[in-house]
Each structure stands twice: as structure tokens, then as C-alpha cells.
Design a protein around this ligand. Structure first.
Ligand SMILES: [Zn+2]
Length: 318
């Protein structure tokens, strides 16, 4: 991990990180998890992206907070932050230069993997047994799989722009056969090839929209697959805590696109995750998508993926 990547973890909004860690943040304050607190002594300084407890003295930034709350070491805390907020960490060293040049994603190296997607047993188990996704959705998304030299299985998730050009790849760790890989805890949950641009997911679906259609917005691609499998047209925001200006721009263009264009008369829908970042994402998106409709997930379902599984189970014959 290089200093640019570390900085991105440090720049994650501290209050959003605190909420993902289970703290309840109100008016830039929370109950301090590091001492027996009854008065919300922990306060957040948003301008400096730090926290401090005025009783026990605990203080620091996003990485310190994660280390302390989860009892992880520095590396583990960085990995948790990256996974939880979908921050792209490359395994590669940056070029030896003070100026960080724009790293280009080399689509030609990867395109062929998605021409004939192939799913190994681990991927089939994950997609069809565990997530109960529709095979047509898996084919539409061109999901494929591979196994690395250490024996770890990866689901390979291509990101396309609206024109169908490959712009990025997200690799999701599916684990390995039990006992085969010793350092399993050390392999990250997600990996991205150099230069991957994993912004809004499933943009090619925009070409299938008709006037007056409903478009669902989910958080993360697995909820998007569940939404598509439930028969809805859907796109996914990569991370609730990290809504990028570029993604916001794309959505607002979609909402205000002129006649004849995609987006005319669309209604936007969302089942926000049942947590603070989920609700905040909804409010942020509502500012650019004024007709965004809020759907409440039932109690006990933290995201749409869980809700989808529950509905699938009740539909199954006994
Ligand atoms: Zn404290």
C-alpha cells in the first residue's frame, strides 16, 4: 500500500467510518466506545477528519478509530477500511515519481476473459446457491471466475461504461478449498487491476430503458444482481460513504436528460441499507434525483440482497 492509498483511507469521512463501525453519530458527537460513557464525550472534527474523547483522551483519524474499535493492527484496519468503503488498493508499487501520473486501465489485457465467461464451482456456489441469482443476470453481467496460484478463487466482475467499453474490473475473493491456503485471512476481499475505474455499476442497462421506466439504485454490485434477479432494472453506487462527484454528475445528467434521450420520465427507486450511511446516501441522491422513491427494507434485512433471499426462500416449495 503506498502513501496515496493510505491518504485515501485517511480521507474517508470520519463520521461515516464511525457509523460503519457501529457508533451512533449525532451532531458530530457519539458515545465513546473506549470508556464507560453516558454523555457522548467523543466528538468529531469534520474539518480535520479526526475524533477525540474529552474524558479518556482517545483521539486520531479514520485508521486509528478502526484499529481501536475493532482491535485490529494497522494493516488489518487499512484492509477493513478499504473493503468496507470499496477503496481501490493496488498491489503494485506506484511509479517512482512525485507526480502521480494517470494510470491507464489496459482493457485489451482483460476483455477476452469476458467474451466467454466461465464459472468454477466456487463461483457457481456463491452466485446460485448462496445468492440465488438468476442465470440470465449472471450472463448479462458477464461474471467470470479464476483461481490464483495460491489456490484462492476469485469472481471477476467487469465494469462497463454506457457504450459497453470495459473500464474496470473488481475481483471478489471467494475463498479457497478448506485448509489449502494458509494465509487466507491475509488475502483481501477485493482486488482491482491497475487503473480500474469502478464507478457506477451496470451502466449498459441504461440503453434498455424506455420512457417512464423504473430504475433502481443499489449500494454495491451484489445488491444490484439481486435487484436484477428480482426483475428490476438497476445500477449500483460503489460505496455509500464515498459518493464520487463524477458518479453524481452522471446521475444528475440522467435525471435531467432532454427529450429523446435515455432518462426521459424515469422514476428512480432505492431500498437504502438499514444503517446511517445507507440513509445518508439516499438523502444525497435525492438532491440530484428529485423523484427518487424511498422503499423501506423490512426489519432484520440489512440490505436488498438479504431481502431478496428471504423472498426467494418463501417462494420455494416446502
Ligand atoms: Zn472516551
Amino acid at each position: 500500500m503506498d502513501k496515496f492509498e493510505l491518504q485515501r483511507l485517511r480521507d474517508l469521512p470520519i463520521e461515516g467510518v464511525a457509523e460503519r463501525l457501529g457508533l451512533q453519530v449525532k451532531k458530530h458527537k457519539a458515545l465513546c466506545p473506549f470508556h464507560d460513557d453516558h454523555h457522548a464525550s467523543l466528538s468529531f472534527k469534520v474539518s480535520r477528519n479526526t475524533f477525540r474523547c474529552f474524558v479518556c483522551g482517545a483521539s486520531g483519524g479514520t485508521i486509528d478509530l478502526t484499529m481501536k474499535v475493532l482491535g485490529k493492527d494497522f494493516r488489518e484496519a487499512c484492509r477493513w477500511l478499504a473493503d468496507e468503503h470499496n477503496v481501490i488498493l493496488t498491489e503494485h508499487q506506484p511509479p517512482a515519481s512525485n507526480l502521480q501520473p494517470q494510470i491507464q486501465f489496459d482493457a485489451s489485457r482483460y476483455e477476452r476473459f469476458f467474451e466467454r465467461p466461465w464459472l468454477n464451482n466456487e463461483a457457481r456456489r456463491f452466485l446460485f446457491d448462496e445468492r440465488r441469482l438468476d442465470g440470465r443476470v449472471v450472463r448479462w453481467c458477464r461474471l467470470t471466475s479464476w483461481r490464483d496460484r495460491q489456490g484462492v478463487n476469485w469472481l471477476q466482475i467487469p465494469y462497463y461504461n454506457k457504450e459497453g467499453r470495459l473500464v474496470g474490473i473488481q475481483n471478489r475473493n471467494l475463498g479457497s478449498e478448506k485448509g489449502k491456503v494458509k494465509s487466507e485471512e491475509l488475502t483481501p476481499r477485493f482486488k482491482f487491476p491497475r487503473g480500474s475505474q469502478c464507478g457506477i455499476y451496470n451502466l449498459p442497462v441504461l440503453n434498455l430503458l424506455h420512457e417512464g421506466d423504473d430504475l433502481y439504485i443499489t449500494e454495491g454490485c451484489s445488491d444490484c444482481w439481486a435487484m436484477l434477479s428480482a426483475g428490476h432494472k438497476a445500477i449500483a453506487i460503489p460505496s455509500a460513504t464515498l459518493l464520487k462527484p463524477k458518479d453524481v454528475e452522471l446521475l444528475s445528467a440522467l435525471a435531467s436528460s432532454p427529450q429523446r434521450e435515455v432518462g426521459r420520465g424515469l422514476t428512480f427507486h432505492m431500498f437504502p441499507d438499514r444503517d446511517e450511511p445507507g440513509e445518508r446516501l439516499f438523502l444525497q441522491l435525492q438532491q440530484v434525483l428529485p423523484n427518487l422513491t424511498h422503499h423501506q427494507l423490512p426489519l432484520g434485512c440489512k440490505d436488498f440482497g438479504e431481502y431478496y433471499l428471504r423472498t426467494r426462500q418463501t417462494e420455494m416449495p416446502p
